[in-house]
Ligand binder design. Sequence first.
Ligand code: SF4
Length: 304
Amino acid sequence: MTQERPYNALSGHLRKRFGERVQKIPLDAGFSCPNRDGTLSRAGCAFCNANGSGSGLLGQGLDLAAQWDHWRARLAKKYKARLFLAYLQSFSNTHGPLERLRTVLAELEALPGRVGLCIGTRPDCLDPEKLDLLAALPGETWLDLGLQSCRDETLRRINRGHDAACFARAAESAARRGIKVCAHLIAGLPGESADDFLAGIDFLNALPVCGIKLHNLYVCEGTPLAAEYRAGRYAPPERDEYVRAVCEALARLRPDIVIHRLTGDAAPGELLAPDWAARKQALLAAVHDRLARLEISQGCRIAG
Ligand code: SF4
């Protein structure tokens, strides 16, 4: 933790481990998602749009090595960075055959300047063989694993297609192999209160997770949530509610858990509501201001 950031930020964690700045490079390996390709459903999670957060470079014909070179040149120039984490963000990157994952990881292993991997997936897309492959990859491997809510009723409502127990099993299997689990949790889900969001923090504190991404739910065009919003059946939280919830979450979070994100942001042109979600820096400043004013640091409200 630093004086400016009274929480265990990823940037500080990486600098401590590698001795210098480390930048993430987003890569698109062309995976799909069982909640979109018909394995579980074709509707997807209520808040997800069909783009799956892709950078679009794969669609332009750039393979992983070419995507890496594209971003590496830019980030090296902008931040003088020499070390990088490969970040497979789009869709569920362990969905599909084992051999496909093996091929992708072999390509990643050869990338110059790569010191680790962040790989986003669902807890129901991991089996022991896939986890063994990930555990064998050199460098620091983070498994970005969506929980979103610890309430099964909410998970059903947003069409996640898995329950909280599935997340817990996957997190424990990954941790047993030395893979660092970064859990994703969303504030403002339909039917949930701030207390439900904070119950998710307590749920994660009891699991062997090493990192967390906190997201404010926003409504994107083209999602089932957009239809709910337009019909008046869903209203996103106010900005102040989210700021309060994040600060309280940090106060209750185990201090060893690394903070990967405190906000979510929509792709340009896709945000329907709330408008404050488009102003990420102002939102972060409001969080930092509240943390400082109330002298909140990560874990400060964990009893004993
Ligand atoms: S699991 Fe991820 S990619 Fe799949 S539908 Fe849900 S949010 Fe979208």
